[in-house]
Design a protein. Structure first.
Length: 95
């Protein structure tokens, strides 16, 4: 299962919150994810902004199963970075 779909299904997060998730907001050790931004698509670009409501800006717990999926995703992302080298634009995004 792709990580964005897994995060949506297992955490109940909005698409924009999942697409705005950065690696620094995931604690695999504590098994938590901090939601503090979302991606909004505009006519001309994408922008990052705070979630829609204050309740959306929070820390959520994740399962051991999801932690393992995230670890595998991180490993695959690192391999793509090495393969693409300077062509990879690293914004610290999970997706």
């Amino acid at each position: 299962m792709e990580i964005p779909i897994a995060l949506a299904a297992m955490c109940g997060r909005r698409r924009g919150e999942i697409l705005g998730l950065m690696w620094k907001e995931i604690s695999l050790k504590k098994q938590t994810i901090r939601i503090c931004r979302q991606v909004i698509s505009t006519k001309d670009s994408i922008i990052f902004e705070e979630p829609k409501s204050e309740d959306s800006n929070r820390i959520i717990n994740i399962s051991a199963e999801l932690v393992n999926m995230i670890k595998e995703h991180k490993k695959n992302q690192e391999e793509r970075k090495k393969l693409l080298q300077n062509n990879y634009i690293d914004m610290d995004l999970v997706n």
